[in-house]
Design a protein around this ligand. Structure first.
Ligand code: ADP
Ligand code: MG
Length: 257
């Protein structure tokens, strides 16, 4: 399946009243790709990811995910995809293990496989020993780990991750990074929005920089460097230049006055 299209958006528009959140977006993501969606706050990343999941209906355009039309086949898409929303809402009156067991049941997982995977993931994310505590007692980072495990548990072919590294400590962020690379080797596709530019630079095959609902730039690191005319720069400089907020030093100086 390598080379096949995993996600396709054509002429996608989403308005919230007078706000044009996504403005004529065309984007194709290939199977096995790790695709990073970057952009300042409010640039339309979360809206785009929600539309891929069928949680927000576009006003115009078409979206296919793993060969399915998101509007026509919304349940099939949700079965095939693992999604971590921007601010995951968990059933916090459940314990971690009860919640993950519940998620495994939703995806119709076999009991044995479900239990062994839950145990593996709890261990990998260093939640062992806390799985019997109610989620209300977890830190934000621990809740984020539960949300990630919930998305990974049924081994989906496509992961849609909205700021998956938020609230994670460096070690856990590293685990997610390594894990995504391993999944990629197995042909899994991932689309993720992130503000952690180092990780985007390290693991994303291609990066799309969104600004005011449009894709301002799209390509691998080499192509982005060429586009921004910053041949030796990292993603942070490219991002700041392309999104027009490059003069951060002036802003900081202004704030310190
Ligand atoms: N449910 C909503 N109702 C009204 N406006 C929204 C809603 N969701 C997002 N928006 C607006 O759409 C724009 C894009 O938001 P979003 O997709 O969340 O951006 P990002 O994830 O890049 O920060 C913003 O201006 C935001 O205020
Ligand atoms: Mg967002």
């Amino acid at each position: 399946m390598v080379g096949a299209v995993a996600v396709e958006l054509k002429g996608v528009v989403k308005r919230y009243h007078e706000i044009l959140a996504v403005n004529q977006l065309d984007l194709t993501i290939n199977t096995g790709e790790i695709f990073g969606l970057l952009g300042p706050n409010g640039s339309g990343k979360s809206t785009t990811l929600k539309m891929l999941m069928g949680l927000v209906t576009p006003d115009a355009g078409s979206i296919t995910v793993l060969g399915k039309d998101v509007q026509k086949d919304p349940v099939a898409v949700k079965q095939l995809v693992g999604y971590v929303p921007e601010s995951p809402r968990l059933y916090e009156f459940l314990t971690g293990i009860e919640y993950l067991d519940f998620i495994g049941n939703i995806y119709d997982m076999q009991t044995k496989e479900k239990k062994s995977r839950i145990t593996e993931y709890l261990k990998a994310f260093q939640l062992e020993g806390r799985e019997g505590d109610m989620i209300t007692s977890y830190s934000d980072g621990m809740k984020q780990k539960i949300a990630l495990i919930s998305a990974f548990l049924h081994r989906p072919k496509l992961l849609i991750l909205d700021e998956p590294l938020s609230a994670l400590d460096p070690r856990s962020a590293r685990i997610v990074k390594d894990f995504l690379q391993e999944l990629k080797a197995q042909g899994v596709t991932a689309v993720m929005s992130t503000h952690v530019l180092e990780i985007a630079q390290a693991i994303c095959d291609r990066i799309g920089i969104m600004y005011q609902g449009k894709l301002l730039a799209l390509g691998n690191m080499k192509e982005l460097r060429q586009m921004s005319k910053l041949p030796d720069s990292g993603l942070e400089d490219i991002f700041l230049k392309l999104t027009g907020t490059g003069d951060t030093r002036a802003i900081v100086e202004e704030l310190l006055k």
